[in-house]
Design a protein around this ligand. Sequence first.
Ligand code: F6P
Ligand code: MG
Length: 465
Amino acid sequence: MATASPYLTSDQNSFAYTSACKRWPVIITQAIDAVFRAIPGPSDKDKTKEGRKIVEELAKLKYEVQHNRALTPLQDDGLPDISHYNDALATLGEPTWLGVSWLFAECYLYRRIATYFRLANSWNDFDVFLASKLKALRSSLSAILELANRYPTVTEPADFADPEASAIFHEIFLICLWGNATDLSLLTNLSHDDIQSLQGSQARKESEKNILANDLDKIYSLLTDLKQSKEGDRRVDIVLDNSGFELFVDLYLAGYLLSQGLATHIVLHPKNHPWFVSDVLPSDFGILLNALRDPVDFFVTQSEAEDEHKPKLNEEGANSIKKLFESLSSHHAEGKLSIRPNAYWTLQDPFWSLASEENADLWNDLKSSELVIYKGDLNYRKLTGDAAWEPTTPFEVALGPIGKASGCRTLALRTCKADVVVGLPEGTDERLRKEDSDNANEPEKRKWSWSGKYAVVQFYDGKSS
Ligand code: F6P
Ligand code: MG
């Protein structure tokens, strides 16, 4: 298999280095604040004691990251993936935070944080990033409303020979793509106004020129052809990324595909631990669906904003959101929309390991789907091994064993928030290093690819090759 070396936290030209030095300490500090605020005090002595211990452990972790100490074996919290991490760590020797592969270190960071909670009885299911996720979801009301208002139109039975139907299809996938721009691990201080400016139809139109590779026409042909030619089950899987607005648009896409008969079953794959701050946990579904079921309560009554800044939601708007909720919950009740957690998604492995013997169950399951959609940046890093490929390397080459002749169809919907990128036309990377305003002063770096401003939509059909 063709290969390239993984990005390292020691590489000062890579976003790996900035992430390790600047972003991770901020994220750990936010976690410390969240635990601190949730410590109950004298009313619950056991929980308070455990909470203080978690705060100490987080502070120690932050110190180790900031002082480039060694990564230590994870404590055994009873789950089988701990040995997978610790075995890999042992083979790396005793790497330090600034001397290890970026992908390994970042997954290890979140898995290590999870052990602190798993090992504390009273904090077992505490989502340390929940407050920031809820705040971001509340700030997404106007984009949610815009899309809910359009839902009845986009789900009206369409004639897929009509260019208008094709335009709507493309637009919904692009909504789903750009929904990834608002993740909270990158944008640690996202304000209400920032969120509004990243969402909505205007922002999408302006961003279209920033899609550097776009295989959506192939997806349109695939799903419309299958609708005509294939009887029985036609499943589409979504390997999820972030909760909040991104999960909302993923469910919106799911509702659209089911209503139009472009899929008969949608399977959603969340994470098992609080992950990269905003990633979807099974509990995030309930939170989002409750918000859509009773939008006034979630978006207005529970909002912390004072009187004149309180979000406004009139009866008509609330009804549109509730109708969308009803459509999604009826798909769920009919068994057409399901959630399938798996510990694999919080391993440190590149997705190349999906095709190995030990992951055969999951891999066979994914192969039985018509299309597997991977959302977001981290999933893209894992699809490509988070490695320093030439940017013109074909997507299927970077997919390695899950690419050519793999029996699986892969679609990446990714806004670029890391160095790795493949499948670009000749000259694009060089041009952006010179022309992008964030990059022009440091052309030795690939800064254009760090902020979520550019995106790629890349497809490879491993069933027909
Ligand atoms: O690049 C910043 C970063 O936090 C990466 O560490 C990670 O790959 C990514 O953003 C998370 O983004 P997403 O939610 O799109 O996977
Ligand atoms: Mg994420």
